[in-house]
Design a protein around this ligand. Sequence first.
Ligand code: NAP
Length: 303
Amino acid sequence: MEDLVIIGAGPAGLTAGLYAARARLKTVLLERLAPGGQVLSTDWVENYPGFPDGVSGFELVDRMKRQAEKFGIVIQSQEVSSLELTPDKKIVVTDKGNLETKALILACGAGYRKLGIEGEDFLTGKGVSYCGTCDGPFYRDLEVVAIGGGDTALEEALFLTRFASKVHLIHRRDELRAVKLLQDRVMAQEKINIIWDTIPTRIVGENGVDGIGLKNVKTGEESLLPVQGVFVFIGVIPNNQLAKGLLELDDRGFVVTNDYMETSLKGVFAAGDIRSKLLWQISTAVGEGATAAFAAEKYIEGF
Ligand code: NAP
């Protein structure tokens, strides 16, 4: 039996792994994709302490991964299909077999929210993208839209100006949600054109994007904006498939924990973007990963 299974190797899972390894817990860290989580699709991180000049998302998680591995954590590439959880027994069902564990940390993160409009699924990968850092370079000297008014939308819109000839930022209100510093940068960037009070209605194109249908929510006026790329940054949804029906979730589907990262089931902890909380940041994920591992260690001691 394992002491601890951690699901997800983003900043929360990697930090939990680091602390668990240093506590000499028999730990398995599972990741279905590349270690790093959503930070991998972040071009430049400016608000993680210790890097006054900023650091690339890739480098930051690579450093976290190497640090956890230095203390003995092995990241296993396995997809978890389900969990069998009771207060006494925890079974993690993966594509490579079952793992029984005393304690479990869910650090599965969050994924991109979709618009749910005509053309979106069909044109994903053919002009519709959820990651400017990944796909921006394909849009050199082309016109694109970035949808959303949060930190991600503004950061990514600014990144896209390195390639695109014009970035139309489409926001459904007349006020941005993002932190003021990013708002100032966006306002000062002449390649960005903000289209306020507007929602996208459909994405048109056959083999690629030709344009996007827009609707002004105040006037009701509809239009078609010719663009070659549509970048969607309208928030995240928790990767809660494993927790549904087993653990308490909030009304948006994030896993509810207490200050010790304990979920509604004893011995099961959650950390990082999957958690119900105030602030979704790398810095908060790291602290939660450390707390979850420490709380799991205390739980295992009394097992
Ligand atoms: P977010 O803060 O939830 O913002 C989502 C944006 O999309 C909002 O402006 C929202 O509009 C808009 N939106 C939501 N649903 C929509 C829909 N169906 N149609 C059109 N627009 C829609 O999401 P995020 O920007 O991805 O950020 C997620 C979390 O990560 C936040 O806590 C954020 O602070 C954090 N983050 C931090 C950094 C950083 O610190 N550098 C970078 C990236 C993300 P409304 O404003 O009208 O609701």
